[in-house]
Design a binder for this molecule. Structure first.
Ligand SMILES: Cc1ncc(C[n+]2csc(CCOP(=O)(O)OP(=O)(O)O)c2C)c(N)n1
Ligand SMILES: [Mg+2]
Length: 554
């Protein structure tokens, strides 16, 4: 069938099962948008391309599918950069399609020409520029295959305008018409497995440290089975939250810089760490060897480049975490660990997360109340800073793909657009964005998108009138020299939300919050609840960068 290049792009997206695209049109993608006009694919018009990328990212995180965004050449594509870097750092499958100036103008500083494949080289799993019409269809198919194979990540396809206008013979393919040969051959090393089993049998104080790879590897059920059979407690990185139910007796919850002291102590005292689908980021293993100084480490990951990168490991198992966990569970007997589990429950009693629960409206209470009032059935997104850490600490995640947060990049402004993308991907669920006032300022115009498409995201703004997390560091580590962290307290976010078409309610007391949240939760439309909180609230405990649990503050 003869089609225009732009039509081929839309046809291939349909082959890939794409139902939603986030983007903004422009000169270099007009042909693609023209072809989109005739298709059933839903398009969400963003207010800024960074938003489109974060929306695609949020959509991918909650659905497990590839998120797709479109941008025009030049500024459209450079606006995607933060969003692409964010997806790269957190291993999220996103395909970004950008328009490019016609091939005969490339390299001539044409209007809105920018070398976006060069710019995004270090922040994409792979990227392409399509220079010949006959490569177009397979390049897009390949982009999807790369984005979702092995360790997922973003892929960018840059398509010059003349390729979009070219006449192309299109032959329909299928979602699986391109097979990626990644370096995981599917065979798990027997030798490494045997070594792992021996270490697990010998260990008196083992812990599991689970990361986002468990979620992307769809291995939560296998993790629960493995942990229950071996009675090994499970700690989680920020990206791993939700992969193991936090109400499970074996759950330790979050570890690292803002993990509970009890969880960090449990890992610190352990003699074996079984790390699964995690990269030992410096937010967890801040000081080399300081996370678990007496432990041997078994590291299981699909990406061989992660094994031994940030910490030295005794046993490195390359493979799909789901399969490796099944193999380990089958080979191990039921193990009882009364002493270790007793030690851990004593630690929990002594060093669990706490906050002052008085009559004051406090962020920790707000997070707990959100969970209680919504019957535990939410997807939580966050911005970056204290808001993010209070959400991670006090919301008890029980299901994978229910926590959407910018982990590796820590990009303020991620939460609201990601929440919108998540809401598009999971219309059956309610998405709450726990936000900070600094971060929300960055992308507040995404509220308009929520209003226009009636996406019932609830923004719970923890308004402390400050760049709180930076202020906290200044407070604790920089002698209270609050350099440029106070924000304009006169901005009325609730009022601003109303102007964007989202009902905004400002609250200052616990009673007002409860009333407002109940209302927002009952009515299926977007809301913003602006909670005025004290700027001196802190996220505790806190292990300063480079320290260990022995340096914990709070
Ligand atoms: C794009 C971006 N710029 C700057 C930072 C540095 N930074 C990290 S947390 C933070 C403060 C965030 O303030 P707010 O959103 O109000 O959150 P709070 O900590 O007050 O809850 C800043 C400035 C960042 N992470 N991202
Ligand atoms: Mg703030």
């Amino acid at each position: 069938m003869k089609l225009k290049g732009a039509q081929v792009i839309i046809e291939v997206l349909k082959e890939m099962g794409v139902d939603t695209i986030f983007g903004i049109p422009g000169g270099a993608v007009i042909p693609i948008y023209d072809a989109l006009y005739d298709s059933d694919i839903r398009h969400i018009l963003a207010t800024h391309e960074q938003m489109a990328a974060h929306m695609a990212d949020g959509y991918a995180r909650v659905t497990g599918r590839v998120g797709v965004c479109f941008a025009t050449s030049g500024p459209g594509s450079t606006n995607l950069v933060t969003g692409i870097a964010n997806a790269y750092m957190d291993s999220v499958p996103v395909v970004a399609i950008t328009g490019q100036v016609p091939t005969n103008l490339i390299g001539k500083d044409a209007f809105q020409e920018v070398d976006i494949t060069g710019i995004t080289m270090p922040i994409t799993k792979h990227n392409f520029i399509v220079k010949s019409p006959d490569k177009l269809a397979d390049t897009i198919r390949q982009a999807f295959a790369i984005a979702k194979s092995g360790r997922p990540g973003p892929v960018l396809v840059d398509i010059p305008k003349d390729i979009q206008n070219a006449d192309i013979e299109y032959v329909k393919g299928r979602e699986d018409s391109i097979n990626i040969k990644n370096n995981v051959n599917g065979i798990v090393s027997q030798k490494e497995l045997d070594k792992a089993i021996e270490l697990i049998l010998q260990s008196k104080k083992p812990v599991i440290f689970a990361g986002g790879g468990v979620i992307w590897g769809e291995a939560s059920a296998e993790l629960i089975e493995f942990a229950e059979k071996t009675n090994i407690p499970v700690a989680s990185s920020l990206m791993g939250l939700g992969c193991f139910p936090e109400d499970h007796p074996l759950s330790l919850g979050l570890i690292g810089m803002h993990g509970s002291r009890f969880a960090n102590l449990a890992v610190f005292k352990s003699d074996l760490v079984i790390a699964i689908g995690t990269r030992f980021s410096d937010r967890v293993a801040s000081k080399a060897g300081g996370l678990a100084p007496n432990a041997k480490i078994i590291h299981i990951d699909i990406d061989p480049a992660e094994l031994g990168k940030n910490v030295e490991v005794e046993v490195a198992i390359i493979g799909k975490v789901k399969e490796v966990l099944k193999l380990l569970t089958n080979k191990l007997p039921f193990l009882e660990r009364k002493e270790w589990l007793k030690e851990i429950s004593d630690l929990k009693e002594k060093h669990g997360l706490k906050y002052k629960n008085d009559e004051v409206l406090r962020p920790q209470w707000i997070v707990e109340k959100i969970q209680e009032l919504s019957y535990d059935d939410l997807i939580i997104a966050t911005e970056v800073g204290q808001n993010q850490m209070w959400a991670a600490q006090f919301y008890k995640f029980k299901q994978p793909r229910t926590f959407v947060t910018s982990g590796g990049l820590g990009a303020m402004g991620f939460g609201l657009p990601a929440a919108i993308g998540a809401q598009v991907g999971r219309p059956d669920k309610r998405v709450v964005n726990i936000a900070g006032d600094g971060s929300l300022r960055m992308n507040i115009h995404a509220l308009e998108t929520a209003a226009v498409y009636n996406l019932p995201v609830i923004t719970v703004l923890l308004n402390n009138q400050t760049l709180g997390m930076v202020r906290q560091w200044q407070n604790l580590l920089y002698d209270k020299r609050f350099s440029h962290t106070d924000l304009n307290a006169n901005l009325n976010f609730a009022k601003l939300a109303n102007d964007f078409g989202v009902e905004g309610i400002r609250v200052t007391t616990k009673e007002e919050f409860e009333k407002a949240f109940k209302k927002a939760y009952c009515e299926k439309r977007p809301f913003m609840i602006e909670c005025i909180i004290n700027k001196d609230e802190m996220v505790l405990p806190f292990i300063p960068a480079g320290g260990t649990v022995e340096n914990t503050i709070g």
